[in-house]
Design a protein around this ligand. Structure first.
Ligand SMILES: Cc1ncc(COP(=O)(O)O)c(C=O)c1O
Length: 366
């Protein structure tokens, strides 16, 4: 048996007829950019997250950097971000000319919220928490409180967390802005690139609508220097189909994760934990192993593809050598980078496939 890390066409096949119908309807409808499908998706997704507004964009990275721009974050400012963040989150900060201040993660791979206050300086303007791997950041009420007390913007990077909840409330509804990616492998993925923001602020939503369309509110009149970052009609139409079925898709992910949690019994493997009041969505099923490279090799020999999210933390990336960090500066992020492994977990994964992975992992020894 050969197990790939992800098999995206199985998701397509699951609701193929509905996707095909949505595409044909859009093609025949004559609106391809900023039309009725984007309008409807924005309304439906805002409702799903439990906020007043959603604005569709071209990617998750755009949601983050335009977000910082709209909030007025720029040169001379600093933004707190977790030291094991995905690179896009850090790039969004440096794209607007601000400085990333790294905060070490907790045992759930999210920002250690107890370290936020000590990382704040006079330059700090915002905190970005990433709900990494689909695990909501814990104690979001506490994070909100700190941001309020210190007059900081709170931005949630929800690119991996569609539908995850803290204390019954959906992620993407805690911050000033929730930033989503609809990259195909995301839990709510489209069939190309796409993104969106969620917010309760009408002003922020309007600023995004203007900024995504060359800074224009009225055609050919430009208020600000914006960009082109529009979710297109085809992707919005496809996302509407998937959003309708997201609960069913989530149930499938939950049941696969449960199989791993109950089935993996190898003491060399550290399973993911779920923090108090948190409901994860299992975008990735990430385990840790001291002998990670041996494990990956062994899985490969058994025809199982596992990936590393992520092998190099941002402060050690070549792109950020000018920040002047060195090995040892963020030991927890570095330890995670050296020990994390993501196991295959995808829509359409069969019982036989996941049981095979569990059985192979349980036989792993060094
Ligand atoms: C945590 C996180 N943030 C931001 C992004 C950026 O999203 P996109 O690839 O749509 O630009 C991604 C996904 O790639 C991500 O996983």
């Amino acid at each position: 048996m050969k197990i790939q890390f992800n098999v995206l066409d199985r998701q397509y096949q699951k609701f193929q007829k509905e996707y095909d119908k949505a595409v044909l309807k859009t093609l025949r409808g004559g609106f391809y950019v900023l039309g009725p499908e984007v309008d409807s998706f924005e309304r439906e997704f805002a409702k799903f997250v439990g906020v007043k507004h959603c604005v569709g964009l071209a990617s998750g990275l755009d949601a983050l950097w335009i977000g910082l721009k709209v909030l007025g974050v720029g040169p001379g400012d600093s933004v707190l971000v977790q030291s094991n963040a995905y690179i896009a989150t850090v790039m969004a900060i440096t794209m607007v000319g601000a400085e990333p201040i790294f905060v070490e993660p907790d045992e759930n791979y999210n920002m250690n919220v107890d370290k936020i206050e000590e990382s704040i300086s006079n330059n700090t303007k915002a905190v970005i928490v990433t709900h990494l791997y689909g695990q909501p950041t814990s104690r979001m009420d506490f994070v909100q409180k700190i941001c309020k007390e210190h007059n900081l913007y709170l931005v949630e990077d929800c690119a991996q967390g569609h539908g995850s909840r803290y204390d019954g409330k959906m992620t993407g509804s805690f911050g000033d802005i929730g930033c989503f990616s609809f990259y195909p492998s995301k839990n709510l993925g489209c069939f190309g690139d796409g993104g969106a923001i969620t917010t309760n602020s009408e002003k922020i939503a309007n600023d995004f609508r203007v900024f995504r369309n060359y800074g224009s509110e009225k055609r050919y009149y430009n208020k600000v220097i914006g960009t082109n970052s529009r979710l297109d009609e085809l992707q919005a139409a496809l996302l509407r189909v998937k959003l309708k079925h997201l609960k069913e898709l989530q149930d499938e992910r939950d049941s696969l994760a449960k199989k791993y949690l109950e089935g993996i019994k190898n003491p060399l493997i550290k399973l993911p934990l779920i923090a108090d009041k948190c409901v994860p969505v299992w975008h990735l099923f990430v385990v840790r192993c001291e002998k990670r490279d041996e494990l990956i090799k062994y899985l490969e020999q058994n025809n199982i593809q596992a990936l590393i999210h992520y092998p190099v933390p941002p402060h050690l990336q070549e792109a950020y050598r000018d920040l002047g960090y060195k090995k040892g500066d963020f030991p927890i992020a570095e330890e995670y980078a050296n020990t994390v492994v993501s196991l295959p977990l995808y829509i359409g994964m069969t019982d036989e496939e996941i049981e095979y992975v569990i059985e192979v992992i349980n036989r792993f020894e060094v």
